[in-house]
Design a protein around this ligand. Structure first.
Ligand code: FAD
Length: 405
């Protein structure tokens, strides 16, 4: 009998977790495992704010996919996924197609601009290694240009971050450390630099403990970040952003750099493939399968699961993506072996830590609040744990964060 083909789309936290667990669980004769990813490397999405600010080299946030997969069990295809043809059980790639018996979709997030004019054209997003490099280089170029131009344009030195959620705050934490270095490098007076955090909602880090939020805000303010909370961005232009001021007025903030960190959605491949979804996220069944598709699992940011305690979706995180990957690998193993008692996914919250640069953080770990160096240490352990779970101790040794203060 022909062995079934399991195709996994995306080598992010969810996809790689699924594949590395599957290659351990299944024998070579039980299934053919195929992994498809745009690049030949995996990047730590949760470290991209560091590469974007320029506080961590982009090579530190990525590693070759081949270094964590067993090539005798997993076939790797480097290509871009365009569409899943569910009726034909095949995936259309930019340069070919691949057929499956079982499919796992883990194509991760995309930036969501909610139709706000000009954001797609004039704002950057922290999405992958390429966008991170672009942001880092752009900011550096603004500083270099300012220092060399005869008629100085101070707006070049203004950086606007749209969004005071996790990504926005973590990026500002890095920026607050990087900007003084750039000022030194290009002989620029730090007082001339403006760093804005512009957020439409009435609060920073919604859902986080208010005491920890106060700690983060006052720390970042001391480092030069100005918060404009309850201030919706109405549009972006080549010169900066337009924000609402009161009920009917608007105000322009001129800025050389605008980074949009206020919204993510699931992959657009989800809609292109005709799945029923909300902003690219499929409300999955308890066993992580897409409703109506017994052969398709969804993992990570493309999956939507409701937290019954508060009747709201769990926020998309690497933590939940990896836990889902483990369950999906178990369920696929059962299906391959014709067992029908699939496992149900339940999220086990191990805590959340938000970094404020390399040397500070806030968080709640095992129900306890942490700040400062303790929290920063915890954050590095969380980062190392993700490496450990996917690539084992050797990956931690190569890529881990050991600069504990
Ligand atoms: C700056 C930042 C900080 C964050 N911090 C945290 C944190 O501290 N803790 C936490 O838990 N979460 C954090 N998150 C959220 C977390 O990174 C995501 O929830 C997580 O990456 C989702 O995992 P995933 O497997 O769905 O997708 P990803 O890990 O993003 O992987 C998706 C993969 O799919 C590939 N891909 C995408 N489209 C295609 C295509 N069409 N064809 C082929 N390949 C494709 C990509 O190249 C990528 O390899 C952060 C996110 C950001 C941006």
């Amino acid at each position: 009998m022909k062995k079934p083909t399991i195709v996994v789309l995306g080598a992010g936290y969810g996809g790689l977790m699924t594949v590395t667990r599957l290659q351990k669980a299944l024998g070579q004769n039980e299934a053919e495992i195929v992994l498809v990813n745009k690049n030949d490397y995996h990047y730590e999405t949760t470290w991209l704010h560091e590469a974007s600010a320029g506080t961590l080299h982009h090579d530190r946030v990525r590693y070759p996919i081949k270094s964590v997969i067993n090539s005798s069990k997993v076939k790797f295809i480097q290509d871009s996924v365009l569409e899943v043809k569910t009726e034909d059980k095949k995936v259309i790639l930019e340069n070919g197609e691949v057929s499956y018996d079982f499919l796992v979709v883990g194509l991760g997030p995309e930036s969501e601009t909610f139709g706000i004019q000009g954001l797609k054209e004039y704002a950057f997003s922290i999405s992958n290694v390429n966008t991170a490099r672009k942001i880092r280089d752009h900011i550096q170029l603004q500083f270099a240009t300012y220092s060399s131009e005869v008629e100085k344009n101070e707006d070049r030195l203004t950086i606007v971050v749209g969004g005071a959620g996790f990504t926005g705050i973590e990026f500002l934490g890095e920026l607050a450390n990087r900007v003084p270095e750039l000022c030194k490098e290009y002989d620029i007076d730090f007082q001339k630099v403006r760093m804005y955090c512009v957020e439409a909602a009435p609060a920073v880090l919604p859902g986080f403990d208010p005491e920890l939020v106060d700690y983060a805000v006052s720390y970042l303010e001391k480092k030069g970040v100005e918060f404009k909370i309850g201030t919706p961005i109405k549009g972006a232009t080549p010169e900066g952003i337009i924000v609402a001021k009161g009920e009917d007025e608007v105000e322009e903030i001129k800025a050389g750099t605008v980074v949009w960190a206020a919204g993510v959605r699931g992959s657009s491949v989800i809609e292109a493939s005709g799945f029923e979804a909300m902003r690219g996220r499929i409300k999955v069944n308890l066993d992580m399968r897409a409703p109506g598709h017994d052969d398709i699992f969804i993992v990570g940011d493309c999956a939507l699961i409701i937290n019954e305690e508060i009747n709201r979706p769990y926020p998309p995180t690497a933590q939940i993506a990896m836990q889902q990957g483990e369950v999906i690998a178990k369920n696929l193993t059962k299906l391959v072996r014709n067992e029908s008692d699939l496992e149900t996914f339940t999220f086990e919250n191990k805590g959340t830590v938000c970094s404020l640069g390399d040397d500070n953080a806030i968080g709640v770990v095992f129900g306890k609040k942490v700040t400062g160096k303790t929290a920063s240490f915890m954050k590095k352990m969380v980062d190392n744990r993700a490496l450990l779970m996917i690539g084992g101790a050797s990956l931690v040794a190569k890529k881990g964060k050991f600069n504990v203060l």
